[in-house]
Design a binder for this molecule. Structure first.
Ligand code: IVH
Length: 671
């Protein structure tokens, strides 16, 4: 197909605009246009390329994700070896390095460029005529792996350098890493999907680059900072390391913004202390700083020892991993009732901080590591990230250890623990009573859409609970004006207003009251449906899971939450007290349903229906007065069996219950 010139120009202009905005966003950290505008340009280019496939170029910003997974990574020989750095673990080591440098250069005040030492993976990017043609890992320094497909998915790495004054061939080197926020988000996703969480951002970055399918890598929010060059042909670079970094930045490559050029080794040590303080606030993990002699002529004089330059050194922060013993696993209850296991550790110094606890997330995490009390464990801590148990040293496991199981009862209030659907989260069902959930339960109870207690805001709830005046929602109604007036920021007038509001709130509706109880997954609509269906609180408190599922909007999960909630003696007590305090609502009249064709009939739907959805069928049957249940029992009056109906149909046959097929259902609904 012949592509009109104006279309070619349009595509090229779009690519330039997109690359420019990428540069503003990722390299300068100063976006010029809102995300929506960027997305619009991107879609416009995608549409053009879809219409004219011959327009697609390998370096188009739309072509970041490869279609085909690789069978294996190819080897890449590094023309200029990728070296490592010597380490300094304290000021003395650094001063010794400076003495060696100064002696050899015969200078007192060498100029250094100081950079954070990024905790990721060293990567080499090869640009041929400005186009990214190959990306490789460091490997052993001589031979690495070709990870081009994966590196291309990293949006902050330009597929085409900016400007036109770049060398014909240029190898740029730097560190690919996973920002802390991206790491937390990735682990959350991994856990939710029942997959293994990564121990730290570095492992996560390495795991992401090791994917043979670049579509997976594309979902990992990797980033890169460039810190040097390797091979170069057909071009020149400025004289000085910092100037080279600035030039890389002009060409569209990201450079760490913390980098500074300083004079003399004391200024280097000052930089180290400055970065150490900043460390927790940085959006990426670092494990030290690097000092590099800035002048290339001086670098050449200094040369190399074995595999490291004599002109640079890594000044490391204290180790972030340590080994200690797991003394116990405690279970904490959060303010929304979530149960979290916490590792109690023999105190150990990690990264300059004494660690005594670590989060374990959930039972799955404990099972995956087969963590047992008494185990020797590896603790990992990075910056402000809460310490984690990274792994178990199995060879040091004492005899007679036992697997750990999360409790069936809430350690705070003894209520039953329930498992949240699909997730490994356990939750206490004693919402109204549990001390851990007190504040949240009362805030919700008082909120506008629940009991609507005017003047009882979050702050006041916290004050009341902290002062020990209120433990459950029922205690609110026993408050005395003088105690309330005695609280900070409360005067007689506001106290009186609150008591009036409390009194007023007693006159409510059953739906609001149900919503106010804070039963999991029971929002306003479900509360209203429950109220309409059962009409009295007693009926709801006495019903079972099977019957609950005949209520519109209520499935098996919500049914369990409702039954479990009302089964808790503590919750029932609080409800009883609330009624004694005078909570009341209008009687709900029975809707006249006697005349409907299916009034009082219990119907079960099973198998696949072709002409209407399951919930649509349920609604239509309910409109005819039927109760739609989830399982077949002796009480069932009618089973609607769609295609491929299985055990429910069989059970209905055994029990001699009437069965209708889809055609029969449609006929019934016609009536
Ligand atoms: S320069 C010849 N600069 O540290 C010097 N390396 O032990 C080559 N690293 O493999 C490296 N941040 O993965 C340099 N700002 C930085 C760095 C850095 C992290 C890593 C890199 C390298 C290792 C050397």
């Amino acid at each position: 197909m012949n592509i009109p010139t104006e279309i070619r120009v349009q595509a090229e202009t779009l690519r330039e605009q997109i690359n420019h905005h990428n540069y503003r966003y990722y390299v300068l950290d100063d976006p010029e246009v809102p995300d929506a505008e960027y997305d619009r340009l991107f879609r416009e280019l995608q549409n053009l390329e879809e219409k004219y496939p011959a327009l697609v170029s390998h370096d188009s910003p739309t072509q970041r994700v490869g279609a085909q997974p690789l069978a294996a990574f190819d080897e890449v020989q590094h023309v200029v070896p990728m070296l490592s750095l010597g380490n300094a673990f304290n000021d003395e080591d650094v001063l010794a390095f400076a003495r060696r440098v100064n002696e050899k250069l015969d200078s007192e005040d060498t100029v250094f460029t100081a950079e954070p030492k990024l905790d990721g993976l060293a990567i080499s990017l090869l640009y041929d005529n400005g186009v990214l043609v190959r990306a490789a890992t460091r490997g052993d320094g001589m031979t690495g792996e070709n990870v081009t497909q994966n590196i291309r998915t990293i949006k902050s790495i330009p597929l085409h350098m900016l400007g036109n004054d770049y060398p014909r061939l240029l190898e740029v080197r730097g560190e690919v890493y996973l920002p802390k926020a991206g790491f937390e988000a990735l682990n959350k996703r991994q856990r939710a999907a029942g997959e293994k969480a990564f121990a730290n951002p570095r492992n996560a970055a390495a795991g992401s680059l090791r994917q043979l399918d670049s579509r997976i890598t594309a979902t990992r929010p990797l980033a890169m900072f460039c810190y040097g060059v390797g091979q170069m042909e057909g071009g020149t670079l400025p004289k000085g390391h910092a100037a080279i970094l600035q030039r890389l930045k002009d060409w569209g490559l990201r450079v760490c913004p913390e980098t500074q050029t300083v004079q003399g080794i004391n200024a280097c040590l000052e930089f180290y202390r400055h970065i150490a303080v900043q460390r927790d606030q940085l959006s990426y993990d670092i494990d030290g700083v690097v000092y590099k002699v800035d002048d290339p002529a001086q670098q050449q004089i200094l040369g190399f020892v074995s595999r490291a330059p004599r002109w640079a050194i890594a000044h490391k922060f204290p180790a972030e991993e340590a080994i200690t013993r797991l003394l116990a696993i405690d279970v904490q209850v959060g303010r929304t009732g979530a149960l979290t296991p916490v590792a109690r550790l023999k105190p150990v110094e990690v990264g300059g901080v004494t660690v005594t606890n670590a989060t374990l997330h959930n039972q799955d995490e404990i099972d995956r590591m087969d963590l047992r009390i008494g185990d020797t464990v590896v603790i990992y801590r990075a910056g402000d990230v809460i310490p984690k148990v990274a792994s178990v040293v199995l060879s040091r496991r004492p005899q007679n250890t036992q697997s750990f199981r999360m409790p069936d009862q809430c350690p705070e209030c003894g209520s039953d623990v329930e498992c949240e659907d699909g997730e490994a989260i356990l939750r206490c069902s004693g919402g109204l009573f549990c001390p851990a959930q007190r504040k949240e339960a009362i805030k919700h109870f008082a909120s506008r859409r629940a009991m609507d207690i005017e003047g009882l805001g979050d702050k006041l709830v916290e004050q009341l609970v902290d002062a020990g005046l209120v433990q459950t929602p029922a205690d609110l109604f026993q408050l005395k004006p003088e105690t309330v007036a005695g609280l900070e920021r409360m005067a007689e007038k506001s106290a009186a207003n609150l008591l009036t509001a409390l009194e007023k709130s007693k006159s409510t509706t059953l739906a609001r009251f149900l919503f106010a109880l804070g039963i999991r997954e029971v929002g306003e609509t479900t509360a209203q449906n429950l109220a309409n269906h059962y009409r009295t609180l007693d009926a709801i408190m006495q019903t079972d899971e099977e019957d609950l599922q005949t209520v519109s909007d209520v499935g098996p999960i919500v049914a369990v939450y409702v039954v479990t909630f009302f089964k808790q003696a503590h919750n029932r007590e609080v409800i009883e007290q609330l009624l004694v305090q005078g909570m009341h609502w209008p009687i709900i009249e029975a809707v006249e349903t006697e005349s409907l064709p299916l009034t009082g009939k219990i119907v079960v739907l099973t198998g696949t229906l072709n002409s209407l959805g399951r919930s649509e069928a349920k609604e239509k049957l309910q409109a005819l007065g039927a109760k739609v249940a989830g399982s077949v029992s002796k009480k069932t009056d009618l089973v609607i069996a769609g295609e491929a109906a299985g055990s429910k149909r069989e059970k209905a046959e055994i029990l001699g219950i009437d069965i209708l097929d889809e055609a029969g259902l449609l006929e019934l609904l016609e009536k």
